[in-house]
Design a protein around this ligand. Sequence first.
Ligand SMILES: [Zn+2]
Length: 411
Amino acid sequence: MNEKIIKEKLQENFLRYLTISSQSDEKNENIPSSVGQIELARLLQKELEDLDLCQIEINQYGVLQARLPKRGSEKAPIGWVAHLDTVDVGLSDEINPQIIKNYDGKDIILNKEEKIIFSTKENPEILSYMGDDIILTDGKSVLGADNKAAIANIMTALWYLKENPQINHGEIYLAFVPDEEIGLRGSRKIDFDKFKVSYAYTIDCCKLGELIYETFNAASGILKIKGVSAHPMSAKGKLVNPIMIAHDFINMLDRNKMPENTENREGYVWITDINSDVLNCKVDFNIRNHDKEKFEESKKYLIQAVDLLKERYKKAEISIEITDVYSNIADSIDETNKVAIENLKEIYKKLQIDPIIIPMRGGTDGSYLSTRGIFTPNYFTGAHNFHSNKEFLPMDSFYKSFLVTLELMRG
Ligand SMILES: [Zn+2]
């Protein structure tokens, strides 16, 4: 089967998944947080039936799982996780993609009426795709290659395996999860009894060659302060202002270890919200670090800071609560699963793709799977500018991403 037919199939699948709007909604506490995600899961369920997968199920949280039995192979069972939601960054929920054929290196008018231009000056990386077909937005939404390019990629690989019965492959497990963009909520709802894999992959980073097997360790925290209120005419010696205590707390943090002053493998504490009245104050924060030890030290430091404040403000009630959110993918690598990354690097070499290895300043669904002991590296979709109306997907990179998936499955 030639490249042209596969590219057509990839494109056709991708565009079909884009027709279902599936932004996740941070304010909705239900999982899934939006109906579009269930709609997409149902469409995929039907398609997986046609592709002869078994144990196809959508659970009460909208997680779609399925299994493809192995064929003439002794490979270890491998899982793929992709997310059904697209991100809500204040843009339209409706995605109207456009395809620029044989890109000529000029600026692209994304939207004539609204004068939204894709400028090569601001996005010079697009120039390396001259001559390729490129999928872009109409300027009003994200493209949603994050993560529908991954879903299309996996579905196309399964279709290819069905069309080519002479190709052997290992056992394949799938989990299409909702609500990744709003705190990896969906992957927590995978039924792991039906996801019996040696390791897994996500296809959830950007340009050709990107490869991630290191993410943050992440925790979120809340500091709660109850002060003592008093009328200002008789407040001396009585009033305890919770805002001033919060101020002390923030002052104890190292400014050099905040997001605005850190990069690469440097961790941070990020104050994300303060809410207060004269009596009660609540401070939200995030802790992030690639290094597990430093991550634990950060937590300890904050707890000690609160102990100090309790000493200083005996009449206030102060408490701190820190909850782990996800772990560094790299912490789940062991002798039995490191083959996941070795195979991936081999395949890159075979396909002449230069690996771009990035310690990710964030988390993927794999960061949650890592806490369950499932090592889950992440490779490229081929798209650029995730979470932006300038998101674009060059067809050739998309095709290479598909080839990586196919190679990982076969054998
Ligand atoms: Zn994503």
